[in-house]
Design a protein around this ligand. Structure first.
Ligand SMILES: Cc1cc2nc3c(=O)[nH]c(=O)nc-3n(C[C@H](O)[C@H](O)[C@H](O)COP(=O)(O)OP(=O)(O)OC[C@H]3O[C@@H](n4cnc5c(N)ncnc54)[C@H](O)[C@@H]3O)c2cc1C
Length: 254
């Protein structure tokens, strides 16, 4: 992927500036110029694309801070390999694709329990990313949970993984499941998803919200956020739909 991105950069002549964090964007004066605030100063420009990722920050449940286990409690973004989990038993909170893939890997060496709040449909791996697609409503509403690809819950149970209801609370070393039962896991992995990196967008862009890549702020666009666009734009293959639309908008701007 790094090699690919280098080829793209060289091919289209893009110069990348690293280690700069964007903190906000503002429209000033007659509004034709946008002011981008960054950790190294301000930039003035006519067009800005917010492409800071639909999965930018780990999402943790509210009760995560009240949990204290003898082993480790980590988010999937920090998980790399089974030896990171020092205890024999591990509770994975979240039964989406990340949770199930890690459960499969740990099943060979650990006693694994997966807490599943919403069971998802199962689709064969070969059907990704097409089966992940479909339209989602704009601005909230009930997003259809993405199916799980690869192992189903039943298949994991056959290799010894316990599947239990979602976790509703935790205190000290004990977690409570939705059916009222409790457990004291040795380690916990939060497979609870991510928050989008759109936190630096101005309120003005949020009042009505972006609509399929455009926002109420002329010249400010968003790419790769399914909640603003459609399902699938947060995949490597799918984001080109947003990118192409934005390129057309910018070229055709008066
Ligand atoms: C667990 C997981 C598994 C996935 N598996 C697949 C898969 O199998 N196939 C697939 O197609 N896709 C997969 N995806 C999705 C894939 O990661 C995305 O499609 C892709 O990374 C999106 O690219 P992006 O450029 O939109 O966002 P990102 O790759 O998230 O890039 C966003 C960039 O913005 C930077 N950034 C964030 N905030 C700021 C800020 N304020 N200022 C400056 N920079 C900022 C970040 O540092 C990052 O470099 C997966 C995602 C996850 C989380």
């Amino acid at each position: 992927m790094v090699d690919y991105l280098k080829v793209v950069e060289a091919g289209i002549g893009v110069e990348t500036a690293w280690n700069i964090h964007v903190t906000g964007v503002e429209r000033r004066g007659d509004g034709t110029t946008l002011h981008l605030s960054t950790t190294v100063g301000e930039v003035q420009t006519r067009n800005i694309v917010c492409a800071t990722g639909a999965a930018a920050h780990p999402r943790l449940p509210e009760w995560a801070t009240a949990l204290s286990v003898p082993g480790v409690a980590i988010h999937t973004s920090s998980y790399q390999y089974p030896r990171q989990i020092p205890t024999r038993d591990v509770l994975i909170v979240g039964g989406g694709n990340s949770g199930l893939q890690i459960a499969r890997e740990l099943a060979a060496s650990h006693t694994v329990t997966v807490a599943v709040r919403t069971r998802r449909a199962h689709r064969p791996l070969a059907s990704y990313p097409l089966a992940a697609g479909g339209r989602r409503p704009l601005f909230g509403g009930d997003f259809r949970p993405e199916p799980v690809f690869g192992d189903s819950y039943e298949r994991l149970q056959q290799v010894g993984v316990r599947v239990v209801p979602g976790v509703t609370d935790a205190r000290g070393g004990a977690v409570t499941f939705a059916d009222g039962t409790t457990a004291s896991p040795g380690s916990v992995i939060f497979a609870t998803g991510y928050l989008p990196g759109d936190d630096w967008l101005p309120d003005e862009a949020r009042i009505r919200g972006p609509r399929r890549t455009t926002t109420p702020v002329p010249g400010l666009f968003v790419a790769g956020f399914p909640q603003y666009s459609r399902s699938g734009v947060d995949t490597i293959a799918g984001v080109s739909a947003d990118a192409t639309a934005i390129a057309h908008h910018i070229i055709n701007r008066p």
